[in-house]
Write a protein of this length. Sequence first.
Length: 488
Amino acid sequence: MKISPFTIKETGKVREIKEIIVTVEGLPSCLNGQLIELGRRTKGIVMSFSEAEALVLVLGDESKIRIGQPVSSKSEPFKIPVGKGFIGRIVNALGEPCDGGSVIETDTYFPVFNEPPGITDRAPVEEFLATGVKVVDALIPLGKGQRQLIIGDRMTGKTIIAVDTILNQKNEDTICIYCCIGKPYSALMKTATLLKQKGAWDYTIFSVALDNASTAEQYLLPFTAATMGEYFMQKGKNVLVVFDDITKHAWSYRQLSLLLERPPGREAYPGDIFYLHTQLMERAGRLNEAKGGGSMTFLTIVDTLQGDLTGYIPSNLISMSDGQICMSSSLFGEGFRPAVDIGLSVSIIGGRVQPVVLRELSSALRREYAQYRELLRLSRLRADLSEEAKTKLKRGEAIMSVLEQYRGEPVSLEEEIILFYALRKGVLDDLTAEEKIRFRQDIFAFAREVKPGILKGVAGKKEFTPEIKQGLDALLDEYFKGEKQKTS
């Protein structure tokens, strides 16, 4: 005789409705994050509770709920579907497709508010994550499993750096998740179109709660994106999650907290928002071999107001991350892309996993860049500069030319090494602006055609050997000989 399975439920009823927060009585054994059936195909999750009542966040249309309506709870956490079928699809905060496509085949279900991996389950971050953005790879390098902020004012190119990093993961066996929080539909389509044109949809999941989505969806979305990433991480894969942007998530949680009647603190945010974001950020990391050896890297975009890094949310997130890429409004206004403020940007972990060749080539770059920016300000105040200052200005212009990069054009690690070697040799210092641009655009194609053997294994070398230097010297000599012949 086959015994049918049974479930134990608690039942209660709705006592009060306050927009998207419902007060429920009759659920004495509920827990935070537990799933509640509110009836009429509407669900909710417990946000707080006492012996007498529970406050439930509605996931869906709150207009269907009525006072006195019966509710029930299961003794299980809130879970969403995960699996390989989500790659190349656009889904909402509940893991449901919203791109008009077919039903997604689910591999399993994971709890949304999962505990981050423990210390014994983790391994050191030891593998370099190539972003394809020259200034980041050279001066603010990232490791797989790192938590890095991209921080700056609106419209300074924060999303572009994150999207270029996704594009650069092509053929790298990395699963990317683009988590779009509170942005307009046009911004999402702009990013999605670029990724599709560049062939990134084959390894990217779009997790979306637009500006017209409910506050509940915007609050849940970063946790669901991290949950989808954890599925692949536990399968031994490398995962990159982009949160664009977490400021909108803080706004949604502030609205929820006011509806939950929690006392507001600094800038009207609840005091536990630090704990909330810590829970999220701690889910990044690298697992040890016993747990599969997978990793999950977070690129978290944060808005600032007039460049103020000391704001409540920015300073909170800086304290719980492994570094930040700071965007400069003044550099952006000057037309330099990407507008990264090298003086304020830092990567705590990435330097130790950066390829040795790239580390050696970029070792003096930060100092030279800082000197150039200082001299540039001085040159605007006075015209009589010394010859030494003029030489350093030329050097700085060469650095800026090499670091300049535009949207949707990630650069391979081999190309970065060629460019930074040419920069260190000083062969670009006396070129005109047009010649520098032409060199930057043509040198890699020239190397593949004339000296393909130089590129093989350059990025993976553990030391900058004389053979590599000789090969790069020969490449530069041949390139500039060809340029002279063209002009003669």
